[in-house]
Design a protein around this ligand. Structure first.
Ligand code: MG
Length: 290
């Protein structure tokens, strides 16, 4: 099953894909609206199928025109750095023996088609195409062998990073949390539609039509079951939490000369079997100092 959130005329709604891939949906508050995706994940395994049936009775939704991130992230956004060996090498940093976890705030997110915002204070705005695992079942201290039972589905992320701010200190929080610097979407694909752990999927990033990253999810150092298990040692994972699983080689900072995203560019991240996340880039208005 495939779901996507959208906004039209200031109203938010949820849509589901039919067997031909066309999306139909309903607005929040409209009869038959099943709730947003975070509500559905919290309600348990039958809720998604029932919601799909209700949404397919709604109106057509054009995801290129009206997308939002697939679920309103009220939970945790847990990201993994340096999780592909070739990317780890290109950064010059040591390959991790334990996942390099960091977090983002929901204020960093935009949906498919919305503009990523290059901050006024930096020109070092870099792309990172990534797979997202979306948690559907609460749990703590989950064994790796059971971990995929807790993953409801997958989506796509551009973990765009302000590089000079990332490395101003030993923590990455600054460089990863400028307003509207990450893209999430366009669709949520249930786990049963993909290989276990979303392994073996091609993942590419293109900037203005030129391929800049070309990897495969089977190149992850820590795969999805390992990440779920590791994160669940730290905190109780909850439906709607997302794990952003790291980027393959090819990022702009590792190039000579460096390749930064600039206003007017278009960045696309595609993952086989999931879809394509496309975002233009615009400049933040220059700050006005009193
Ligand atoms: Mg990343």
């Amino acid at each position: 099953m495939r779901f996507a959130a959208f906004r039209r005329g200031g109203r938010d709604g949820l849509a589901a894909a039919d067997d031909n891939g066309a999306f139909f949906g309903r607005f929040s508050g409209e009869p038959g609206y099943p709730g947003d995706l975070a509500d559905l994940l919290a309600r348990g395994p039958d809720a998604l199928g029932e919601a799909r049936t209700a949404l397919l009775g709604g109106h057509p939704v054009d995801l290129d025109a009206e997308p939002l991130p697939p679920l309103p992230v009220g939970g945790r956004i847990i990201c993994v750095g340096l999780n592909y060996a070739d990317h780890s090498r290109e950064t010059g940093l040591t390959a991790p023996t334990y996942p390099a976890l960091f977090t983002r705030f929901a204020s960093t997110l935009v949906g498919h088609g919305e503009s990523l915002v290059r901050p006024a204070v930096s020109e070092q705005f870099d792309f990172e195409g990534e797979l997202v695992a979306i948690i559907g079942t609460p749990g703590r201290h989950i064994a790796k062998a059971d971990a995929l039972d807790y993953v409801a589905g997958y989506s796509i992320f551009n973990d765009a990073t302000v590089r000079d701010y990332q490395f101003k200190a030993s923590q990455w929080t600054a460089g990863k949390n400028f307003d509207r610097t990450a893209a999430f979407g366009p669709v949520f694909v249930t786990a049963d539609e993909l290989p276990p752990g979303a392994k073996g999927l091609g993942i590419t990033t293109t900037l203005n039509g030129t391929k800049v990253q070309d990897g495969n999810t089977d190149q992850m150092i820590f795969d999805v079951p390992t990440l779920v298990s590791v994160v669940s040692e730290i905190l109780t994972i909850e439906p709607g939490d997302i794990i952003v699983t790291g980027t393959p080689a090819g990022v702009g900072m590792a190039r000579t000369p460096p390749l930064w995203m600039k206003p007017g560019d278009v960045c696309e991240v595609a993952i086989e079997g999931i879809g394509r996340l496309r975002n233009p880039v615009k400049a933040e208005k220059a700050p006005v100092h009193a």
